[in-house]
Design a protein around this ligand. Sequence first.
Ligand code: NDP
Length: 272
Amino acid sequence: MDRYAVIGNPVGHSKSPLIHRLFAEQTGQQISYEALLAPLDDFAGTLHGFLRDGQGANVTVPFKEQAWALVDQRSAEAEAAGAVNTVMRLADGRLFGDNTDGRGLLQDLQVNQRIALRGLRVLLLGAGGAARGAIRPLLQAQPAQLCVVNRTVARAEQLAAQFVGQGPISAAGFDWIEEPVDLIINATSASLGGEVPGISAKLIEPGHTLCYDMMYGHEATAFNRWAADQGAARCIDGLGMLIEQAAEAFALWRGIRPQTASILRKLRTSSA
Ligand code: NDP
C-alpha cells in the first residue's frame, strides 16, 4: 500500500489524516496516511526517513521553508512562495516540492464561494508564509489592486517588492488605509490567539465587503466575529482552503482530484 504522511510539530491536531482518508475512500485509492511528529531540530531526518519507502508527504508548521530547501525540484508556486507544503518522491528517487496553499485558497474563493476576484480591491493581511504563498495566485486572478498589509510594515514592503511587475501590488501598515475595499483576506496568525489585526473598521463597507480568515475552528474566528460586527457582507473561514489544498496534493500524488463539497460538509458537521 502506498504511504503518505503529514509532518509537523505539533501535528496531533492536524485534520489532514482524516481528509486524505475520506479522499481515498471516495476515489477508491488504496493508501495509508499518518501524522508524523518531527523533532524541531531534525525535520530533514524525519522527511528523508519517511520517504525512503513513503511516496509523498505534506509539510506543516514550522517546516515549510525547510522543506523548500530540501527538495531537488520545485513547482513555480513553491518557488514563488518560498515554502513547500507537498513533497512527492519521483521515480528516480529525487524529491519534488509543490505549494498547494495558494491554489487551495483560490479554489475556495472562486469556485466554492463564487467570488470573482477580477477587478476587486483586495487587502491581504499578513506577510508570513501563508500570505506569501497566496500572492502569485491572487495576482493571476487579476484583482484591481492587491495591498499587502502587515503589523511589521517592512515585511509587507519586502514581500510586495518580490512581486512587482506581476500585477497591481502594493504594501502598507495597518493604520495607513481607511478607504473601504471589496475583499479582506486575513493571513495573519492573530486569530490563533483570539486577536484581531489592528486595521481600521472603515475598510469594511457594511453590506459590501467580503472577509476571509485563513484560520478555521469550531466557532467563528476572532477576525470573522469582528468583521461581522462591522457589517461585512460575508465572513468565510479557512476550512474550505484546507480541504482544497489537500485535494491539490492528493491530485499531484494520485492523478485524481477528489470532489471536495461532500468532504467539506462532513468536516463542518463533525466540527460543529
Ligand atoms: P507566520 O507565522 O508565517 O506569519 C504570521 C503573520 O501574522 C505575520 O505577518 C505576523 O505579523 C502576523 N501576526 C501574528 N500575530 C499578529 C497579531 N496579534 N496582530 C497582527 N498580526 C499578527 O504564519 P503563517 O503565514 O504560516 O500562517 C498564518 C495563518 O494562516 C495561520 O492562522 C494559519 O493557521 C493559517 N493557514 C491556513 C491554511 C489553510 O489551509 N486554511 C494554510 C496555511 C496557513 P508580523 O510580521 O508583524 O510578526
